[in-house]
Design a protein around this ligand. Structure first.
Ligand code: PEP
Ligand code: MN
Length: 338
């Protein structure tokens, strides 16, 4: 059930509705919008009787939700969500660029990449301190020492920090040092982790699972939001197909599909989406052209020496070129943006 308030509903009217939802033993999710406030209801096993709400002052409509998701839906919030991440936003009019190495390796590597990123229009820095590696013998990340380095990057360059957590302890640490918690493709359906991150108050970058359908992806976001954290940014990072020319297949059609169904922003990751240095720039440009709200790009000063994902890393020079090019495309498309 979804309660849509009238445009002139007062705060008292909203609070009366919230009180009734809580009294029924359900959870209210208030979404203030530009034109009106809507209140989603979760926690109900069966249908909620609209009669509880229909005749209250300030209530425009009580709508039964038939879709599998409630809180991500445009029914609840018709306008796009603009998610605050540190001192910047994702989902607004500007293209959000998150750039940095795949894995944090050492101070020299981290700061040389951060310096290059700070010379671009990017407002966000990435770098994994906890790495989900296929082999247990591969470099697993610097852990908390890496997160401390990221906090120094924020202080020195003013970049907002996006970094992955793989478990509850990691989430606590990223909450402490970072600005946005990345949940990686491999954990997209780790439901207990999604619930845990939903209880934090930091924005979440949720990457699409390697074989997740659109509904599975959106329901993973719904898990986070159902816990009360509405600041979710989706990320298309390529899916597994039969193709072998690229590491993954970037599913760009998911961008308009996401924009049609949900108010949440979606960014694209052409680094993991292709796995090949020479494909990153063209696919980044294509992602911006289909209306992505941002990009996440891996950059390394010496890709051939990288401890993780060197084949898809851009050099700082290549990255700066990409940032210039996508800005031109974004500016051309701005007037027709979704
Ligand atoms: C990453 O961003 O470095 C990463 C591991 O991404 P994904 O979860 O998309 O593989
Ligand atoms: Mn990587």
């Amino acid at each position: 059930m979804l309660i849509v308030m009238k445009a002139d509903a007062t705060q008292n009217d909203v609070e009366r509705v919230i009180g009734i939802i809580e009294k029924l033993g359900f959870r209210p999710h208030t979404m203030p919008g530009a034109a009106r406030t809507a209140i989603g209801i979760t926690g109900n096993a069966g249908a909620v009787d609209p009669a509880h709400f229909e005749n209250l002052t300030g209530v425009a409509e009580a709508i039964r939700v038939t879709k599998p998701y409630k809180l991500i839906s445009k029914d609840l919030r018709p306008e796009k969500s603009v998610i605050k991440v540190g001192n910047a936003v994702i989902g607004g009019n500007e293209l959000a660029i998150i750039a940095g190495p795949c894995a944090l390796e050492n101070a020299k590597q981290v700061f040389s990449v951060a310096e290059a990123v700070s010379r671009s229009s990017a407002k966000f820095f990435r770098g994994g301190a906890f790495k989900p590696r296929t082999s247990p013998y591969a470099f697993q990340g610097m852990g908390e020492d890496g997160l401390k380095m990221l906090a120094d990057v924020r202080d020195q360059f003013g970049l907002n920090i996006v970094t992955e957590a793989m478990d509850e302890r990691g989430i606590d640490l990223v909450e402490k040092y970072g600005d946005c918690i990345q949940i990686g493709a491999r954990n997209m359906q780790n439901f207990s982790l999604l619930k845990y991150v939903g209880q934090t108050r930091k924005p979440v970058l949720l990457k699409r699972g390697m074989s997740a359908t659109l509904d599975e992806f959106l329901l993973a976001a719904e898990y986070i939001m159902a816990e009360g954290n509405y600041d979710v940014i989706l990320c298309e990072r390529g899916i597994r197909t039969f193709g072998t020319h690229a590491r993954n297949t970037m599913d760009l059609s998911i961008v308009p599909a996401v924009h049609r169904l949900t108010h949440l922003p979606i960014i694209i990751d052409p680094s993991h989406g292709t796995g090949r240095n020479y494909m990153v720039n063209p696919m980044a440009r294509a992602g911006v052209a289909v209306g992505a709200d941002g990009l996440i790009i891996e950059v390394h000063s010496q890709p051939e020496e990288a401890l993780c994902d060197g084949a898809q890393a851009l050099t700082p020079t290549q990255y700066l070129e990409l940032a210039e090019q996508v800005k031109v495309i974004h500016d051309v498309l701005m007037p027709v943006a979704v």
